[in-house]
Design a protein around this ligand. Structure first.
Ligand code: SF4
Length: 266
């Protein structure tokens, strides 16, 4: 697959709430915390969800204690389930499909997440054999998203994740070895190119002026990390959710598939 095609696939993975039946606001569990003002069990609509599937407090989510909603990104899984898997039938008009629809959504969400990572991996200059494996995995995942609801529900999602994780690690290792001569240690002046922060919690860490080019941030918890002025343009496997949960400004440089969060002060 050509770089441009992979890049286009990755960039096309965005939520379109207008085509979704409020699935993230209904299907998922909400636990009262610093991110959510209420408790809500999976399969019940949030009290702020309106009849037209829009959020009543959309413009004031943070002020009302729903930070978690501004962070969440289904990558388009919601509209896929709504418009393709269930053919445009909503759980409101057809309550008999509600339970199944709400169960399919988290499965689709995980498939979309894997597709996003694999598509991103294909935007890197990797070996032909790795590229071939990534392409096959992408095709497989894309075909899984077109299965019907019953097939999706019978999918062993953990078994799907294993080869994906392995390929992402191989991609990461490949890029890491290619970059090895350019790696800088964390030191005064905050040059963190190529630094390995996989799985590290960076909450509260002040990263202003830090160059994170080539940094590995898979799974990093970026809540409240200050990314103002950081260059994240080539950080591998950075997600919209990680960025949404962090702080930043108009000087923060983001990868092309990541949107600048509206709550960042310009
Ligand atoms: S507060 Fe709004 S965005 Fe958040 S779950 Fe409720 S309806 Fe959805």
């Amino acid at each position: 697959m050509y770089y441009e095609t992979a890049k286009n696939i990755r960039e096309s993975l965005t939520a379109d709430c207008m085509k979704c039946f409020g699935l993230c606001c209904t299907a998922l569990n909400i636990v009262a915390s610093s991110d959510f003002a209420i408790n809500k069990i999976a399969g019940t609509p949030c009290p702020n969800l309106q009849g037209d599937f829009r959020c009543e407090i959309h413009k004031n989510l943070r002020e009302k204690g729903f930070n978690g909603c501004t962070v969440f990104d289904c990558l388009g899984a919601g509209q896929k389930v709504s418009q393709v898997t269930f053919n445009g039938q909503s759980w409101q008009e057809h309550p008999e499909i509600a339970k199944k629809m709400f169960s399919v959504f988290p499965v689709m969400e995980q498939l979309y997440e894997m597709i996003a990572f694999i598509a991103e991996a294909l935007t890197y200059d990797v070996s032909h054999s790795l590229q071939d494996k990534l392409n096959k995995q992408l095709e497989k995942l894309q075909s899984l998203t077109d299965m019907n609801a019953d097939s999706l529900l019978s999918l062993d999602i953990i078994s799907c994740r294993l080869p994906v994780n392995e390929l992402l690690l191989k991609t990461s290792e490949y890029i890491r070895s290619e970059l090895s001569s350019k790696v800088f240690a964390i030191k005064k002046g905050k040059k963190c190119r190529g630094v390995d922060w996989i799985g590290k919690n960076l909450a509260g860490k002040d990263l202003r002026t830090t160059d994170l080019r080539g940094a590995y941030l898979i799974g990093a918890d970026l809540r409240d990390a200050n990314l103002s002025g950081s260059n994240l343009s080539s950080s591998m496997f950075l997600t919209q959710m990680q960025i949404n949960s962090a702080k930043g400004n108009d000087k923060t440089i983001l990868p092309s598939h990541i949107q600048r969060p509206s709550h960042w002060i310009n």
